[in-house]
Design a protein around this ligand. Structure first.
Ligand SMILES: Cc1ncc(COP(=O)(O)O)c(C=O)c1O
Length: 456
């Protein structure tokens, strides 16, 4: 019988995270203090993060031990399965082999708890009582709420308003774990009140919600801020995905020619890609393809430069591809992919030509998700649909070229809380939107005065 699921035992779960920063072919530009415009020091981050995570943020060590209590929490759902998509391959009639790493088996349905449990653990160790955060689609908020419950922390989540309205059950899930949820922009913070006064009916954005959560942490003694993507330490915690996949593909006697993942801030993509990137830097031929929505085309149409991570300009200036921090993307269903920037580490590798990027429209990604669901059974999260679409597109390309390619993609989560998006698609009500070059240019013009590079 053909093998479908490639499974690891708990004892085979990686005991260390892989730190991409140790193997970069060139050093990335430093994040800057927005006041002094000088490279950020650990003390600049200490109002927001515990020192243990700040040290991980700047670490150059190649491997970092995963603490025992974090390993123990991770075994609630890890190692996750690697699945060979035999049925999908057959339906597409492709000579390509398609494997997907399924992160939807976590308690909250995505890859996000991989870093949430680590962050909750380190905050608890450092004496923090309460965490604040933002959430787009609700996956990150649920994951931090879950992790906070495991380690006995309070948790407040600022949820982008459009998702808050589209996904009432995500709110119930977070509340079940004991977290407090508000729609963002909210009247609870100064940045929220300012935006509500200006645009009362705004759908919100991740940039706005980040401003609120950062302000919450910066103005309370007992609270630290927790981010579900973008930062180096978040990407680090996600590398357990790719390290497991390496072992699982070895068991299957395979190695990927193409590694594909969707990108919102870059954490699930980095999680699957970075452990393989090490091989590419050492000379192995692998294509990495980051997929994103055409309505929020950060990597494919954004500019590589310094920008704020949030709308209210409270965060450090980060070197990244950006559409401009004031950009509010249209209310597409992949709420977790509506972010104006991306992780600096990922952006650096795109800039260096080691990672490629493709942007897809909403209707196309749902069409692929339906093909996937009807063959593999899983209903993917709308964010993950971008990776599914990428895999199908490249498998069909392999068919056209008659090539036996091996494709690995990250199925970052399931879509059980996103069924209204599927209902809309099936009823023919999804609207496609692609950001034009003109719109991008207008947004980027607002960044005049911020440095393009360092030293400038
Ligand atoms: C299922 C899922 N996949 C992907 C993402 C995008 O985030 P990232 O790029 O950090 O993986 C999200 C964000 O909410 C998500 O919920």
């Amino acid at each position: 019988m053909k093998r479908t699921k490639i499974l690891l035992n708990e004892s085979e779960m990686p005991k260390q995270w892989y730190n991409m920063a140790a193997d970069l072919p060139s050093p990335p530009p430093p994040p800057l203090n927005p006041g002094t415009r000088q490279p950020l020091g650990p003390e600049d981050l200490s109002p927001l993060f515990p020192m243990s995570l700040i040290l991980q943020e700047v670490s150059q060590e190649r491997f970092i031990d995963i603490p025992e209590p974090v390993l123990e929490a991770l075994t609630l759902w890890r190692p996750t399965p690697l699945i060979r998509a035999h049925r999908l391959e057959k339906a597409l009639g492709t000579p390509a082999k398609i494997y997907y790493k399924y992160e939807g088996v976590s308690p909250t349905g995505s890859h996000k708890p991989n870093t949430a449990v680590a962050q909750a653990y380190y905050n608890k160790q450092d004496g923090v009582k309460r965490l604040s955060t933002e959430t787009g689609a609700g996956q990150w908020g649920s994951s931090l709420a879950f992790a906070a419950a495991l380690f006995g922390l309070e948790c407040k989540v600022y949820m982008v308003r459009i998702s808050f309205e589209q996904k009432p059950y995500r709110k119930a899930l977070m509340e079940s774990y004991g977290a407090q949820i508000v729609a963002s922009p909210s009247p609870d913070t100064q940045s929220g009140r300012a935006i509500l006064a200006e645009i009362p009916d705004t759908p919100g954005s991740l940039g706005i919600a980040i401003s609120e959560a950062v302000e919450d942490a910066a103005t309370r003694e007992d609270t630290k801020y927790s981010l579900g993507s973008v930062l180096n330490h978040v990407l680090l915690h996600q590398t357990i995905i790719g390290q497991e996949a390496i072992k699982q593909l070895e068991m299957a006697g395979d190695y990927p020619d193409k590694v594909i993942g969707c990108v919102g801030g870059g954490s699930n993509f980095a999680g699957i890609a970075f452990p393989f990137m090490r091989d590419k830097i050492n000379g192995r031929q692998i294509d990495f393809i980051a997929t994103e929505p055409a309505s929020c085309p950060t990597l494919t149409k954004g500019e590589y430069r310094y920008d704020f991570g949030d709308t209210a300009q409270l965060t450090p200036l980060m070197p990244m591809y950006t559409l401009g921090h004031s950009f509010v993307p249209p209310a597409i269903h992949a709420g977790g992919l509506r972010y104006h920037g991306d992780a600096p580490l990922l952006c650096h590798l795109v800039k260096e030509g080691l990672i490629g990027a493709e942007a897809y429209t909403q209707v196309d990604v749902f069409e692929s998700a339906i093909i996937f669901a009807r063959n593999e059974g899983i209903i993917p999260a709308p964010e993950s649909n971008h990776a599914v679409h990428g895999a199908i597109k490249h498998a069909l390309q392999a068919k056209e070229e008659g090539k036996e390619t091996t494709i690995l993609f990250n199925l970052s989560g399931h879509g059980f809380f996103d069924m209204s998006a599927y209902s809309n698609y099936l009823a023919g009500n999804l609207i496609d939107h692609a950001m034009t070059n003109e719109e991008v240019r207008e947004n980027l013009e607002k960044l005049a005065g911020l440095p393009l590079s360092f030293p400038g």
